[in-house]
Design a binder for this molecule. Structure first.
Ligand SMILES: NC(=O)c1ccc[n+]([C@@H]2O[C@H](COP(=O)([O-])OP(=O)(O)OC[C@H]3O[C@@H](n4cnc5c(N)ncnc54)[C@H](OP(=O)(O)O)[C@@H]3O)[C@@H](O)[C@H]2O)c1
Length: 317
């Protein structure tokens, strides 16, 4: 299916910006729905003049969501919050926001809805408030738009990502690199460009309607292996020290008083669990996307954390 017009909610975010670029490259007109236009500026140059258009929308205001989605053939939900602050609650943004998007897509005549969720969002028994809201969001999307396609990525990496940049930043300043627990939980990082390609592929393939995909990169790592990889990449030799999860949870609670908490108690909970795709669930391959390795991409953005700067490495010739 050729896509003419798409609305990307969360188009100003890390994942959303890549999704906007991928749709623009595919020739679609893209409405970037965001709360603040200033944050959309970076995506305006993703297409021809007038191809990428910002629209103001707040998931907590269903009327604005309806206006942003009206007449779009494809509606993507790439919005979310990593922690709760003031009116930005998991229930309001993830669950009620997903319901508003599904309803707006249906009312606006959309053919496809692509909902970016996360691995673990099928765990109805989870006591983690973040995961519970992701479960609720999937339910709300399907209730309002049963033919929605759900994509559940593992941790996403790429320039401006949260996890790899944060680890590298800590490694440049702290005497050691802390890990949650023993660091043996597993993760399968997916490149943000591959996730964006998966969104476009799902949107263009009608047979993916109503399906759930679990998306991960080509390799499974433990968090301890990820820490070693980051240290190697930035050329720093620091001890990697496991901090008991209970202690990190207390740190996460305290950090939630900061304007932008570096970690929250909910995130500590996530870092103690495996975050890998399950065998037998459709994934990148079924969407025709070849996964990119972490090793191929990390040097393009972590080099700035190298001791002595980006160019402090042996010349290849
Ligand atoms: N990054 C990962 O490793 C990862 C892994 C698995 C799943 N995911 C999921 O992928 C989605 C995107 O993640 P991300 O890393 O791109 O997050 P991000 O960089 O924080 O972007 C989140 C986006 O959501 C928007 N948003 C938040 N509250 C909103 C509201 N009330 N109304 C409208 N827009 C709102 C933000 O816009 P404002 O600037 O206006 O706040 C921003 O554009 C999330 O659902 C996340 O859970 C991410």
């Amino acid at each position: 299916m050729a896509i003419r017009e798409v609305t990307v909610f969360g188009g100003s975010g890390f994942v959303g910006r890549s999704v906007v670029r991928a749709f623009a490259r595919a020739g679609a007109r893209v409405r970037v729905a965001a709360r603040r236009l200033a944050f959309v500026e970076a995506t305006r140059t993703a297409g021809e003049v007038g191809q990428v258009v910002p629209v103001i929308a707040n998931l907590r205001m269903p009327d604005s969501v309806r206006r942003a989605a009206e007449g779009s053939q494809v509606v993507v939900n790439a919005a979310g919050i990593p922690f709760q602050r003031l009116r930005q609650r998991y229930e309001a943004v993830h669950v009620a926001g997903a319901a508003a998007i599904a309803e707006a897509a249906r009312a606006g005549g959309a053919e496809r809805v692509i909902h970016i969720s996360g691995l673990g969002a099928d765990d109805r028994e989870s006591r983690n408030p973040f995961i519970r809201s992701k479960v609720g969001a999937e339910g709300a999307i399907v209730a309002g738009f049963p033919r929605a396609t759900i994509l559940r990525p593992s941790v996403v990496f790429g320039p401006d990502d949260a996890m790899f940049n944060r680890m590298a930043r800590i490694a440049t300043t702290a005497p050691f690199l802390p890990l949650v627990g023993d660091g043996r939980a597993r993760v399968q990082p997916i490149f943000v460009g591959d996730l964006a390609a998966a969104v476009v592929a799902a949107a263009t393939r009608p047979e993916t309607a109503g399906m759930v995909f679990e998306l991960g990169g080509p390799r499974v790592f433990t968090y301890r292996e990820i820490a070693a990889l980051v240290l190697r990449q930035i050329g720093r030799d620091k001890p990697v020290i496991g901090v008991p999860a209970a202690l990190m949870t207390i740190g996460g609670w305290l950090a939630e008083f900061l304007p932008v908490p570096p970690i929250t108690a909910d995130q500590v909970g996530l870092l103690t669990q495996d975050n890998v795709v399950r065998a037998g669930v459709p994934g990148l391959a079924e969407l025709g996307v070849a996964p990119t390795s972490v090793e191929a991409i990390l040097p393009t953005y972590l080099d700035r954390f190298r001791a002595g700067g980006r160019y402090n490495r042996e010349a290849p010739i």
